[in-house]
Design a protein around this ligand. Structure first.
Ligand code: SAM
Length: 245
């Protein structure tokens, strides 16, 4: 089935993305575990470990498209509660799930939740020590605009980290991954969330996202330096890193 995300204008695209996440918010965490067979946990751990939030001083992180809080919780826990995190997401339903989870984990004093758009962040310039975005940037219609905003809100010396699906670079794994993406994922989406279309969108958006080198170039274009990346699980996902000097 074709799915009309390719040709729609940016506002329409954001509207469709919002519908998807309103629909899946309550089952989002379960679906993540099922569909990635738990791998998303390892990838998020890898991102937070590359960030290495300090344990002995305040450290303010902005977690954009932070959804239900996974990355923020890991950062605060790893810093032994030295760090504070702000989850910023365009979708109130995802944030609501996140707030409840923060309460349950006893992290509500360290993680705040703010509704906002990655393309126009509701924060002053030069404020944060780090900016993280996990599985979020490919949903944003104007990626260059989101990267500019990331640069703006970081302090000089601040760190940008992005975890995103990427291009598989292992022969053989690409075939398995294609089959999994186009057949297994939509079927699972239908079985668990009653919705295969949303998950077809997910797969299509992954295909269309720029590969590792090109995305690194886009990050440099936004002003970041020392840009580098690490592949995870043969390139199924990648973490990009950059610094605002
Ligand atoms: N970072 C979380 C994680 O890794 O579990 C959530 C990732 S989820 C796949 C993508 C999130 O991006 C959704 O919560 C969605 O609402 C958010 N999003 C989409 N477009 C956005 C935008 N323009 N600004 C901020 N958040 C956005």
């Amino acid at each position: 089935a074709s799915f009309g995300f390719r040709d729609v204008d940016v506002d329409a695209k954001q509207g469709m993305v919002n519908d998807v996440f309103h629909k899946v918010a309550s089952r989002y965490d379960l679906m993540n575990d099922l569909m990635s067979a738990g791998l998303h946990r390892i990838w998020k751990d890898a991102m937070v470990s590359w960030l290495t939030p300090p344990r002995n001083r305040p450290f303010e992180v902005l977690d954009v498209a932070g959804g239900t809080g996974d990355v923020s919780f890991r950062i605060v826990e790893r810093s032994q509660k030295s760090a504070t995190a702000t989850v910023c997401d365009i979708n109130g339903s995802m944030l609501e799930v996140g707030r409840e989870r923060a309460q349950k984990r006893g992290l509500a004093d360290h993680v705040s939740f703010v509704e906002g758009n990655a393309e126009e962040l509701p924060f002053e310039s030069n404020r944060f020590d780090a900016y993280t975005i996990a599985f979020g940037i490919r949903n944003v219609p104007r990626i260059d605009q989101a990267l500019k905003e990331a640069y703006r809100v970081l302090k000089p010396g601040g760190r940008f980290l992005c975890l995103e699906f990427s291009d598989v670079d292992v022969p053989g794994l690409d075939k398995v991954y294609n089959f999994y993406s186009f057949n297994v994922i939509p079927a699972m989406g239908k079985a668990v969330a009653g919705d295969s279309e949303s998950y077809r969108y997910l797969v299509e958006s992954i295909r269309r996202f720029p590969h590792q080198e090109r995305f690194a170039e886009m990050i440099r274009q936004a002003g970041f330096t020392k840009v580098s990346y690490r592949n995870l699980t043969g390139g199924i996902a990648a973490i990009h890193s950059g610094w605002k000097i």
